[in-house]
Design a protein around this ligand. Structure first.
Ligand code: PCA
Length: 204
């Protein structure tokens, strides 16, 4: 049995729940097919611990694919992220009170890493399920971007594909819809070895 590791975040910024974890945990144990099961785990929302926690989970679970998710307050669609950048620039303190400004995620690392997931196919699959989705060109500069960058950094050169999905707040998308959308995105990621070519860019 192979594993797709799906992570969500603990609540942050005075919220009592984080829909990324609420949705991910409802997919724990879901079988994408006979050979592949989703394993869901929660990450702390802190610059000093989130990346370490994810790297340990990858060592422990040896997943065949890794998809991290987090909340993007203010977005109304499921955002399939294209790129992680080598910058921490926190607008608010994280859950340990840290607020780095303009520091590197990995000192000396490349400016950015692209998702190695089939992002266009994932958007298409979520939309086909009747749920709003789009490619996002920025995962921000807070803990989500940091975790996304660390994920791509640690898996550079490996066969294991990985990437990040931002989810809307529960006022924009009900939890059952989000769970369905996430399931569609993860299944498409696993079942699409080469991404589809489909316009999804932005002018600005
Ligand atoms: N969203 C934050 C961090 C944790 C989360 O769920 C972000 O977008 O960086």
């Amino acid at each position: 049995m192979r594993t797709v590791l799906l992570t969500g975040f603990e609540p942050f910024d005075q919220d009592s729940v984080n829909p990324s974890w609420e949705a991910a945990r409802r997919l724990d144990g879901f079988k994408i097919d006979e050979q592949v099961t989703i394993v869901a785990r929660r990450l702390p929302c802190a610059f000093t611990t989130a990346g370490e926690c994810l790297v340990k989970l990858i060592e422990e679970l040896r997943p065949a694919m890794v998809i991290a998710t987090g909340l993007a307050t203010g977005r109304s669609e499921i955002s399939i992220e294209r790129v992680a950048i080598n910058i921490n620039d926190a607008r608010i303190p994280d859950n340990l009170g840290e607020q780095p400004v303009d520091t590197a995620v990995v000192a000396g690392g490349p400016a950015a890493y692209f998702s190695t997931l089939p992002i266009k196919a994932m958007v298409r699959a979520v939309r086909e399920a009747g749920i709003a989705a789009s490619v996002s060109q920025t995962a921000g500069t807070f803990v989500c971007n940091q975790v996304f960058y660390r994920l791509q950094h640690v898996l550079t050169g490996s066969e294991v594909r990985s990437g990040f999905i931002h989810v809307p707040s529960q006022s924009s998308m009900a939890l059952p819809t989000l769970v369905d959308g996430l399931r569609s995105a993860v299944s498409a990621a696993w079942n699409t070895p080469v991404d589809v070519v489909e316009g999804g860019g932005q002018v600005s």
